[in-house]
Design a protein around this ligand. Structure first.
Ligand code: NDP
Length: 246
């Protein structure tokens, strides 16, 4: 009943940062947290929030989920490549009418939100299978369950991940490896801030006028209301994640 090794992706801000801190500061010290981020220069916020857990129950490693090499190196740096719990949190959004989005931008979203998760699972799965134990958690979204206007590519990336994970879960079950998906609604993070900035700058070249009107006059005001009334905090999602892995 020693500490469980938990590796989390995308810990420079938002939900990932808060999950890392919550688990590292667990009162029973049940977790040894490997908090990863693609740019360690962004570590200050996490280190400050972790307080005295930093260097004890929380350590940092660089990891870009879009790079095969970075993923391999990161897992190689973990003692015996042994990870009990993998939390796939890193993700990016993309908002706008299809006419204004390049294929390159769409690929970046899939590289992160879909292939990023696939890469991580592929890398940790052999050791988990050998030990016949492990838990993989994936941060999906309500948009992994329902399509949303002008969020086509982000939604598609989360749907793809949901399909992949449902299929994998069945195969991992016989090795006693659990796979859980968390599907948050709106959460107040930099993700939300960036989305609102993107909306303010958004142009609609070639987009259908009725759809633009629906988006601006109906969808946006109602989603801002939903955000204000029901928006969750990163702490809420971190506490939920902790319950899922307990
Ligand atoms: P943030 O933008 O605050 O955090 C996203 C994190 O992902 C950052 O740490 C970012 O790092 C990291 N990241 C992006 N690309 C990569 C990459 N290639 N390799 C490693 N890390 C990367 O957003 P949230 O905390 O809100 O989002 C976390 C997850 O929750 C995402 O998967 C998102 O889809 C999901 N989610 C968010 C909701 C919300 O309303 N906020 C609702 C539902 C789901 P960097 O600082 O380097 O960019």
């Amino acid at each position: 009943f020693g500490q469980k090794v938990v590796l989390i992706t995308g810990c420079s801000s938002g939900i990932g940062l808060r999950i890392a801190v919550t688990l590292a500061r667990d009162e029973k010290k049940r977790y040894h947290v490997i908090a990863t981020m693609r740019d360690l220069k962004k570590k200050d916020k996490l280190v400050e929030a972790a307080g005295d857990a930093y260097g004890k129950t929380l350590m940092l490693l660089p990891l870009d989920v879009c790079s095969d090499e970075s993923v391999r190196q990161c897992i190689d740096n973990v003692k015996d490549r042994h990870i009990d719990i993998l939390i796939n949190n890193a993700g990016v959004g993309l908002l706008g009418p299809l006419e204004s989005i390049s294929i390159e931008e769409m690929k970046r979203v899939f590289e992160t939100n879909f292939f990023g998760v696939v890469r991580m699972i592929k890398e940790v799965m052999p050791d988990m299978k050998k030990r016949r134990s492990g838990h993989i958690v994936v941060m999906s979204s309500v948009m992994g369950l329902q399509g949303v206007v002008f969020n086509d590519v982000y939604t598609a990336s989360k749907f793809a991940m949901e399909g992949f994970c449902e299929s994998m879960a069945v195969q991992l079950m016989k090795f006693n490896i659990r796979l859980s998906m968390i599907e948050p609604g709106p959460v107040h993070t930099e993700f939300e801030t960036k989305m609102m900035e993107d909306v303010a700058k958004m142009e609609y070249p070639g987009a259908d006028a009725d759809t633009v009107r629906y988006f601006k006059d109906v969808y946006l005001p109602s989603s801002i209301d939903i955000f204000e009334a029901m928006g969750q905090t990163p702490e809420d999602i971190a506490n939920c994640t902790k319950k899922v892995i307990e």
